[in-house]
Design a protein around this ligand. Structure first.
Ligand SMILES: *[C@@H]1O[C@H](CO)[C@@H](O)[C@H](O)[C@H]1NC(C)=O
Ligand SMILES: *[C@@H]1O[C@H](CO)[C@@H](O)[C@H](O)[C@H]1NC(C)=O
Ligand SMILES: *[C@@H]1O[C@H](CO)[C@@H](O)[C@H](O)[C@H]1NC(C)=O
Ligand SMILES: *[C@@H]1O[C@H](CO)[C@@H](O)[C@H](O)[C@H]1NC(C)=O
Ligand SMILES: *[C@@H]1O[C@H](CO)[C@@H](O)[C@H](O)[C@H]1NC(C)=O
Length: 429
C-alpha cells in the first residue's frame, strides 16, 4: 500500500466560501453554523450552546479520557490497576540494550514499506529506545498473556496506513509465541486477517482512512488529493467490524489537505453531488462523533474494549526542530531533546477537537495519546530506506531528502511502543 501523499494545501476546494467579501472570521462562523444546522439539525440548540462554551477544556488529562467506571466495576480484560496518578504518556525515552523486542528479518509480516534495514538503513539505534513514563513503569509486553486473552476472540485495527503499521507491530510482537504451522495472514480487499489457529484468535486490520465512507477507500488505489467524505456513512465500513472484542481506531492524516474539507451529503452515486465545505477541524469533529455513535451502538462495554490512537506526527521540515531549512527526517539518527517540542500547529487544533469530543461523551474509549512521545522521534521514520514504488529520477537520487518518507515508521521501532502502551491500558487501565 502506498503512503498517502504528504499534506498538501487543497486549491480546488475553497471556491464557494472564498468568493465575496467576507472576513475570514465570518466565513468560519458561517461555515460552522451551516455545518451545525445541516449535520446536527435534530439537536441544534444543545450543540450550539456547548460549542460556544467560553471555557472549553484546553487540556484534558488522559485518565479522564480513559473509561471511568463506578467503583468495583471492572473493565473488560483488566487484570490490575494502573498506578494512581501516573500518566503513562508523559515520560522520556531511555536507551535499552535488550531492544528491539523482535528482529526485522524474523517477522515475515512487515510490509516492504517498513523494513528499513533490508532497504539499506545504515544506523540501528532507533530500535533501542524504551519509553519510560515519569510516574511509573510500563509492564513488559507478554505475548502469551495477550494470546490467551484473545482466545476465541477478535482484535481489529481500523484506520489508515499508520494504524496498519501498529497492527503489523502487534502481529510481530505476538508471532514468536505461535508455532510456524499454526498461523497465517490473508488479505482480501480492505481486510487483512492474521489467524493464530491454536488460539482460535484473529488480529485484523481494516482499511478505512476516514472511518467513514470516502473516495479514498480502495485498499490499493487511494492516492486521491481531492478527498471527499460522506456524512453519516460509518456503517458502510462498520458492518465489517461487528463482533470484534478489542478495537483500535485511528484517523487523522487523511483529513489534512488544507484548512477546509469536502463533506458529501447524499451518495457517491448521485449525479449532482451535494457537497458542503467545512473547516477541517469541524469535518474531523464530525468523523469523531460518528465513531463514538458507532461504538455506543455496536460495542458492549462490559465485554469489549475500544482504543483510539491519537495523531501520528510526521517530520517533513527540519526547520521545525531548528535544523537545516531544506531538510526533513532524512539522515536524522537522533531524537529531538526538547521535551516541549510539539511540531505543526494543526495537530494542536485536532488534539483539542479530540479532547472536546471525548470529554463530552460517556462512550468508553481508551485514548492512546502517542502524539507527544512520537513527536520526539524524528529518527524513527522509514525515510529513504523502504521499497521505492516508482523508479527514482536522477534529480531525486541527487537529493535523497526529496523522496524520504517522513510519515511512516520503521519496524521494529517506535510503533512497538504504541502497542506496549496499548498492552498497559488493556490490562492495567
Ligand atoms: C506471561 O503471561 C503468562 C499467562 O498469563 C504467564 O503464565 C507468564 O508467567 C507471564 N510471563 C511473564 C514473564 O510475566
Ligand atoms: C472461535 O472464535 C470465534 C470468534 O472469533 C467464535 O465465534 C467461535 O465459537 C470460536 N470457535 C471455537 C471452536 O472456540
Ligand atoms: C453491564 O453490567 C452491569 C452489571 O455488571 C449491568 O448493570 C449493565 O446493564 C451491563 N451493561 C450492558 C450494556 O450489558
Ligand atoms: C548527514 O548528517 C551528518 C551530520 O549529522 C552530516 O555530516 C552528513 O553530511 C549528512 N549526510 C547527508 C548525505 O546529508
Ligand atoms: C495528549 O498529550 C499531550 C502531551 O502530554 C497533551 O498536551 C494533550 O493535551 C493530550 N491530549 C489529550 C486529548 O488529552
Amino acid at each position: 500500500m502506498k503512503p498517502p501523499p504528504p499534506s498538501s494545501p487543497s486549491s480546488s476546494s475553497s471556491s464557494i466560501l472564498r468568493k465575496g467579501r467576507l472576513s475570514p472570521y465570518l466565513v468560519t462562523l458561517l461555515a460552522f453554523i451551516l455545518f451545525v444546522t445541516i449535520l446536527y439539525g435534530e439537536d441544534f440548540s444543545c450543540i450550539f450552546a456547548s460549542q460556544f462554551d467560553p471555557h472549553p477544556p484546553s487540556h484534558i488529562h488522559q485518565s479522564l479520557l480513559s473509561i471511568t467506571k463506578k467503583k468495583g466495576e471492572k473493565l473488560a480484560f483488566a487484570i490490575g490497576e494502573g498506578e494512581k496518578g501516573c500518566d503513562v504518556f508523559s515520560g522520556r525515552w531511555v536507551w535499552d540494550d535488550t531492544r528491539p523486542l523482535y528482529e526485522e528479518e524474523e517477522c515475515p509480516y512487515i510490509q516492504p514499506q517498513l523494513t528499513c534495514q533490508e532497504h539499506g538503513r545504515p544506523d540501528k539505534d532507533y530500535r533501542n529506545w524504551r519509553w519510560q513514563p515519569h510516574g511509573c513503569s510500563l509492564p513488559s509486553f507478554n505475548a502469551t498473556l495477550m494470546l490467551e486473552t484473545l482466545r476465541g476472540k477478535r482484535m481489529m485495527f481500523v484506520g489508515d496506513s499508520l494504524n496498519r503499521g501498529q497492527y503489523v507491530s502487534m502481529v510481530c510482537l505476538l508471532h514468536r509465541a505461535i508455532p510456524e504451522d499454526a498461523k497465517s495472514m490473508k488479505t482480501k480487499g480492505s481486510l487483512t486477517v492474521f489467524t493464530a489457529k491454536e488460539y482460535n484468535a484473529t488480529i485484523e486490520f481494516y482499511w478505512a482512512p476516514f472511518l467513514l465512507e470516502s473516495n479514498s477507500d480502495d485498499a490499493i488505489v487511494h492516492r486521491i488529493s481531492d478527498r471527499i467524505v460522506r456524512k453519516g456513512s460509518i456503517n458502510k465500513h462498520g458492518k465489517h467490524w461487528k463482533g470484534v472484542d478489542i478495537m483500535v481506531f485511528n484517523t487523522y492524516l487523511w483529513w489534512m489537505t488544507g484548512l477546509e474539507f469536502k463533506i458529501l451529503q447524499g451518495s457517491f452515486d448521485d449525479e449532482e453531488k451535494d457537497i458542503v465545505i467545512l473547516p477541517t477541524e469541524e469535518a474531523y469533529r464530525m468523523g469523531m462523533k460518528s465513531m463514538l455513535r458507532w461504538v455506543k451502538k455496536n460495542m458492549d462495554p462490559n465485554k469489549t474494549r475500544v482504543f483510539f490512537t491519537s495523531m501520528s506526527p510526521s517530520h517533513q521540515k527540519s526547520i521545525d526542530w531548528g535544523g537545516d531549512p531544506n531538510g526533513n527526517c532524512y539522515n536524522q539518527t537522533t531524537m529531538i531533546e526538547d521535551p516541549t517540542y510539539w511540531g505543526s500547529d494543526s495537530r494542536k487544533g485536532i488534539m483539542r477537537v479530540i479532547g472536546e469530543v471525548f470529554s463530552k461523551s460517556k462512550v468508553p474509549i481508551t485514548f492512546l495519546n502517542i502524539t507527544q512521545l512520537s513527536s520526539y522521534r524524528k529518527d524513527a521514520h522509514t525515510s529513504i530506506y523502504k521499497k521505492q514504488w516508482n523508479p527514482l529520477t536522477p534529480e531525486q537520487l541527487a537529493n535523497p531528502a526529496s523522496y524520504a518518507d517522513c510519515v511512516h515508521w520503521c519496524l521494529p521501532g517506535l510503533q512497538d511502543t504504541w502497542n506496549e502502551l496499548l498492552f498497559s491500558k488493556l490490562f492495567y487501565p
